[in-house]
Design a protein around this ligand. Structure first.
Ligand SMILES: [Zn+2]
Length: 519
């Protein structure tokens, strides 16, 4: 499965590792699905020394020889080492090729028919395993094709240079590591590989303490970098890497295979998306979008505490007034200590009241979500304030402060929400942040932007004459956006399962256009 890079602006995926410290236990465990993704990066050979480049070539050449040997041995002993299911018996292959001195499986093998360790004395056990896995997978895919094909297919052989796939081991013994060096201007990302080409047994050296221990040299490869790749190449996700030489361009590339385990979203319940808008007149509006196409009043929530909300407006107005006074005094060169102190106090009070109100909204919403979870395969889309809202009430101080406050509200809200939901066994992956820009200006029925919003929080569409609560309209659009982009985009692996689920929403003919689906 290949996933393409696409713009990350419309949907922001937020997954704070809440409760991972063991304090919060999830009560239900969703089954995991594994995904693979490949990412290719050019190796900046221009930053490497001649000797390092030479070593890269030698590793590849040696790997190719070992893989060829393995393939030849498999071909020769086909009848013996092939299992009934067409797979290669790996332990039998080892018995043919590798001697062992350690007493594992009650057997010391001092001689084998094809002694690869004799032929490649420096090659480590892990490297033999990696080479054999390449040969085995090549052989097995040929065998599978041959079995269904009527004519004789030519046997696989490695004419080109083929490096072994390097798997990530564990701990310090790992074959591959990725280092990030933000200070380094030439190459920020480095691939650090271990190979046995220049390995010395320490008995060859005079200053060693123990004889017989191996000293591996590591080879550092600078990678062509982008922030996108750095984000992707998290050490825990990297499964293997293959170094490929493109002879035409004379370039080396590192092909990473990344592995993710994500919760499966499949459920016997019908899918549904809950759109949540953090509103102005209301603290939050939540609306359930279901494939039956009905917005049922029972599945719609306006969350507001009028008393606290009016307190918030009052404080915002006071802050605005004080800010203006402060600016005036500053321009006239007057003392501003008193005003500064007042402003500080007002902002502090605004924060604490807002926090109370958000806490209240979160509690209400959690109850609502848990209730809906019983009957739906539920996803929650929360509007994320990317831009400053145009319809913000006036008088809340300067623009940057207002923006900060709004973002702060959002952070506090989603953090609390995810934390509480996770505590009740609702996976935080199901809560998705959606960019809310234009959601308040767009008609949720016909997608027109030829709309107005009245002072009383009423939304009017001039194209389809749709009239509804402005915050409800926003919440619908946020929910729609999750469905729309989950269908469209593959920017994040997580959306593949989400997309599948949303595809089942598509099967209902009321989906197109989205507006009708909602009504
Ligand atoms: Zn409309």
């Amino acid at each position: 499965m290949k996933i393409e890079e696409s713009k990350q602006e419309e949907l922001l995926f937020e997954d704070k590792k809440l409760g991972e410290n063991g304090k919060v236990k999830s009560t239900s465990q969703a089954p995991l699905v594994t995904f693979y993704e490949t990412v290719s990066l050019r190796i900046k050979t221009e930053l490497m020394s001649v000797r390092e480049c030479e070593r890269l070539k030698r590793i590849t050449a040696r790997d190719t020889r070992i893989i060829r040997d393995y393939l030849r041995i498999i071909n020769h002993n086909e009848e013996k080492i092939l299992k009934k299911d067409g797979k290669v018996n790996i332990s039998l292959l080892d018995k043919l090729t590798l001697t062992t001195s350690k007493k594992n499986e009650n057997e010391i093998r001092s001689s084998v028919p094809h002694d690869l360790k004799k032929r490649y004395p420096r090659c480590s056990h892990d490297e033999f395993q990696e080479c054999s896995s390449k040969a085995i997978s090549t052989y097995e895919s040929w065998k599978a094709k041959q079995d269904v094909s009527k004519k004789e297919l030519s046997r696989p052989e490695f004419k080109k240079k083929t490096p072994r796939p390097m798997f990530k081991g564990t701990g310090s013994r790992g074959t591959i590591k990725v280092h990030s060096e933000p200070e380094n201007t030439e190459a920020i990302l480095w691939l650090d590989i271990r190979d046995s080409l220049d390995t010395r047994r320490s008995d060859e050296r005079t200053d060693s303490k123990k004889s017989g221990t191996k000293n591996h040299n590591r080879l550092w490869l600078p990678l062509a970098f982008s922030p996108y790749h750095e984000k992707k190449l998290k050490p825990e996700n990297i499964k293997k890497v293959e170094l490929i030489h493109k002879s035409k361009e004379q370039q080396w590339w590192a092909h990473f295979t990344l592995m993710y385990s994500v919760p499966s979203y499949h459920s016997t319940n019908p899918p549904a998306v809950l759109g949540v808008d953090l509103g102005i007149k209301k603290t939050a509006v939540a609306v359930l979008l279901t494939p039956t196409g009905k917005v049922i009043m029972d599945e719609l929530r306006f969350i507001v505490n009028k008393e606290r909300q009016s307190k918030i407006w009052q404080l915002e107005k006071q802050i605005g007034d004080t800010q203006r006074k402060l600016n005036k005094s500053l321009n006239n060169g007057q003392h501003t200590e008193q005003l500064n102190a007042t402003l500080f106090l007002l902002r502090k009070r605004l924060r604490s009241v807002t926090e109370q109100e958000l806490g209240h909204a979160v509690n209400q919403l959690v109850d609502f979500i848990l209730q809906l979870k019983k009957s739906y395969n539920l996803f929650v889309a929360v509007g994320y304030p990317k831009n400053i809202r145009k319809s913000q009430p006036l008088g809340s101080g300067n623009k940057s402060h207002r923006r900060r406050l709004h973002k702060w509200c959002y952070r506090l809200f989603t953090t609390k929400l995810k934390y509480k939901l996770k505590h009740h066994g609702f996976e935080s992956h199901r809560v998705v942040a959606v960019n809310e820009s234009w959601t308040s200006q767009t008609c949720s029925r016909c997608n027109s932007t030829n709309t107005t919003r009245t002072g009383q929080g009423q939304f009017n569409c001039h194209d389809c004459n749709y009239e509804l609560d402005a915050d409800l309209n926003g919440a619908k659009n946020i929910g729609k956006r999750l469905i729309k982009y989950a269908l469209k985009t593959t920017f994040n692996f997580i959306f593949d399962t989400l997309t599948e689920e949303c595809h089942t929403l598509l099967h209902y003919n009321c989906f197109e256009p989205l507006g009708q689906w909602l009504e």
